[in-house]
Design a protein around this ligand. Structure first.
Ligand code: C2E
Ligand code: MG
Ligand code: MG
Length: 461
């Protein structure tokens, strides 16, 4: 018996070693409190109407509170915290009424002033499944049992935290690897093209816009188009934006190029309006870069373009990434407010790849968020990546935003996204970016509904 105990103790010890290594790899205990985590606890407090919410990570002996709502506490001795119970359970613990739960008889919670009547605690796991911390909501009253959806919401918030930890771990890995030699292809790209070449390309009308449909997943109806720039280079052929937009952002050429994209898009919408090519209620979205926000008068400029082309503001959408806004968040907030008042719709692009701060999401007035392709790509790999997408969809729902999944390439992704309540999507499965002429044919389809390839395959058999 003693022998068995020794073995199990040594396994537990090994697991604890692995757990601490996973914790160290995120460097979460070395950092100051962060608004991202405060946004999670605040959202949990609001959603569950909890009196207190704590997010803590445990080392060998203590639980370090990285964010608290309704209480002010920095650390707790681990043995008197809920952490070890969640660890032992290897999952969530929900106690609707502490007074009726035998495990808590006579137990005192160590948090000052806190004498909870109910609580629910879910694990925050590392990329390899180790429990690093817990997110706990406390209530001063007993509550009814938690329904599945509520528990899922709490787990989704814990997954958001886990996503941040994973970003932190990867960042640390990259830093520790030190400066890497730049692959030849990249270093070449860095020097090409020069600003003068971009200017000449603009003058010689070598840029062209392609349009990619965005569809309602349930019906495959085209609800919007995204305008995506390409460079028809006389020698290099069709050059994708990744090869010149970052350079244009660095050398300032993004301003005239961005103006051209906006004006060309408005003109194209106007010409579709005139042709009556099935554009009723259709929005065309343009990507904006950071320097376009920092320049004075963006909203006035767009208003003038709308007037000139005679299109309605609801026919235009703007997409921007979170990182393009945060260098000067107060200014960005003002600009976005003016754009919203104009009536153009605003989408946060590539959600999940930047800071993914709930704070920004709450304070910036977005109509939609677009889930980055990398998450959609991984969602069929397993429960955790799927849970991340589910969390983003749920988050958008709670915040009253539309959600668009980017980069859908397979039917499996399409069905999973529908199952988890994602309403809109975009990807090669439905249509690649194409010329205005090609997309005009799609807009003329009855109801703008794209054919379902699985049905087509069925008919052929
Ligand atoms: P984005 O705004 O996130 O655009 C989506 C990108 O994903 C597009 O790449 C699109 O072609 C690609 N994509 C869509 N569906 C799929 C799919 O199923 N699989 C895969 N593998 N890719 C898919 P693209 O056109 O190369 O554009 C890349 C980025 O360049 C855009 O990302 C956007 O950030 C930027 N960009 C494009 N046009 C403009 C522009 O006019 N102005 C600015 N500032 N940036 C632009
Ligand atoms: Mg975009
Ligand atoms: Mg995107």
């Amino acid at each position: 018996m003693a022998h068995v105990k020794l073995i199990s103790e040594s396994i537990a010890w090994q697991q604890e070693e692995d757990r601490l290594a996973a914790l160290a790899s995120t460097a979460i205990l070395d950092t100051e409190p962060e608004p991202t985590f405060d946004a999670v606890t605040r959202l949990a407090a609001e959603y569950f109407q909890a009196d207190t919410v704590l997010l803590g990570f445990a080392d060998e002996s203590r639980v370090w509170i990285k964010s608290c709502w309704g209480e002010s506490v920095c650390e707790l001795p681990r043995q008197s915290s809920i952490f070890d119970m969640v660890l032992a359970e290897d999952g969530p613990i929900v106690v609707p009424d502490v007074s009726k739960h035998p495990a808590f008889e006579g137990r005192r919670f160590v948090v000052r002033r806190l004498n909870p009547a109910s609580f629910a605690s879910v694990p925050v796991r590392s990329h390899n499944g180790m429990i690093l911390g817990v997110l706990t909501i406390f209530g001063s009253q007993p509550r009814r049992k938690m329904v599945v959806d509520e528990l899922r919401m709490l787990e989704s918030l814990a997954d958001m935290v886990a996503g941040q930890l994973e970003l932190r771990r990867l960042r640390k890995c990259i830093q520790e690897r030190g400066p890497q030699p730049v692959p030849a292809s990249l270093s070449k790209a860095k020097h090409w093209p020069a600003g003068s070449e971009l200017r000449a390309a603009l003058e010689q009308r070598q840029f062209v816009l392609y349009y990619q449909p965005e569809i309602e997943l349930a019906t495959r109806r085209i609800v919007a188009l995204e305008a995506l720039i390409r460079w028809r280079h006389p020698e290099r052929g069709l050059v994708p934006p990744a090869e010149f937009i970052p350079i244009a952002e660095d050398n300032g050429m993004i301003l005239p190029i961005g103006d051209w994209v906006l004006s060309e898009t408005c003109d194209q919408i106007q010409s579709w309006n005139q042709e009556r090519s099935g554009v009723e209620g259709l929005r065309v979205c343009v990507n904006l870069s950071a320097p376009q926000f920092s320049r004075e008068g963006l909203a006035d400029h767009i208003e003038a373009l709308l007037m000139r082309s005679g299109i309605s503001s609801c026919q235009l959408g703007l997409e921007m990434t979170e990182s393009s806004l945060i260098s000067d968040a107060p200014t960005a907030l003002g600009v976005l407010g003016s754009l919203r008042r104009l009536g153009v719709s605003l989408s946060m692009d590539d959600f999940g790849t930047g800071y993914s701060s709930l704070n920004h999401l709450q304070s910036f007035p977005f109509d939609a968020l677009k889930i980055d392709r990398s998450f959609v790509n991984r969602m069929t790999y397993g429960e955790q990546p799927l849970q991340i997408v589910r969390t983003i969809v749920e988050l958008a729902r709670v915040m009253g935003m539309d959600v668009v999944a980017e980069g859908i390439e397979t039917e499996a992704q399409h069905h999973l996204l529908r199952e988890i309540g994602c309403r809109y999507g975009q990807g090669y499965l439905y249509a690649k970016p194409m010329t205005a002429e090609a997309v005009t044919h799609l807009l003329r389809l009855p109801g703008r509904i794209l054919p379902d390839p699985t049905l087509a395959a069925g008919r052929m058999n």
